[in-house]
Design a protein. Structure first.
Length: 247
């Protein structure tokens, strides 16, 4: 009943013009706004709070103009940025449709009494790809070409029992536990530098995430840490190839 009431409240906001001019679609438990829709809301200076639910490091590198950072792992302290008005519309985003951070943070926001919560499901990748306004940090824009390991090749490496590489899942622990590539270890991207002592430089390092954003960030970190043999793979390609996952 609470989910139905929540959806009704956000749809009422649509009717009142808070989300005017755009259809609202359901994504899991929360209504969704589109890229065009969010752009219009920002351009029209509508009264809502935009939350970037990604890690502080991802937020610092680049985020949507006007967004505040409320990460899942530091929610208790970061939630001080939430509005006093419990009826104010809150829109959350993260790294696209396969990223669960925005919905997980939404589930932490809702019990605090907020009644109008929506998700910008396309997230930072689509917003950035469209060339829409972002705030960037010092590390942004220094793009590099990564060396990719296709899913089929990675599968062959795993099946061979080779010991000359380390496969790192740089997603969050929760995502890792829900399913990962066999033999992978979990070091979230934001912890990679602090835990780099676990990674011998004489081995190949293969980093992966769902669609490339966090593994790209991890790849850049490893370059900065002077690892000589770094590769990137994608979990989405692994799953699309029908290859097995572990838990």
């Amino acid at each position: 009943m609470r989910r139905i009431a929540l959806f009704a409240l956000v749809c009422a906001a649509v009717a009142l013009g808070v989300l005017a001019g755009s259809p609202v679609r359901a994504a899991g438990d929360y209504p969704v706004v589109t890229t065009d829709h969010l752009k219009a809301m920002i351009d029209e200076k509508q009264d809502f709070l935009l939350i970037d639910a990604r890690t502080p490091e991802e937020y610092a590198e680049a985020h949507i103009v006007g967004a505040v950072n409320v990460p899942e792992k530091t929610f208790d302290s970061a939630s001080a940025q939430l509005p006093a008005d419990k009826a104010k519309l809150i829109v959350l985003y993260c790294n696209g449709v396969k990223c669960g951070k925005s919905k997980r943070v939404a589930k932490k926001v809702e019990p605090l009494g907020y009644t109008a919560i929506a998700v910008y499901n396309e997230g930072m990748p689509v917003w950035e790809e469209r060339g829409l306004p972002i705030v960037t940090g010092a590390g942004y824009g220094r793009k590099i070409d990564t060396t990719k390991v296709p899913a089929a090749e990675l599968d062959r490496m795993i099946r061979s029992g080779s010991q000359d590489y380390i496969l790192i899942d740089v997603r969050d622990e929760m995502e890792f536990e829900e399913g990962h590539i066999p033999t992978a270890i979990n070091i979230p991207a934001e912890q990679l530098a602090a835990r780099s002592d676990q990674l011998p430089k004489e081995k190949k390092i293969i980093v992966y995430c769902n669609t490339g954003s966090r593994s790209y960030m991890a790849y850049k970190k490893l370059i900065g840490l002077a690892y000589p043999s770094i590769f990137q793979s994608l979990f989405v390609e692994w799953k699309e190839a029908g290859l097995p996952t572990a838990r």
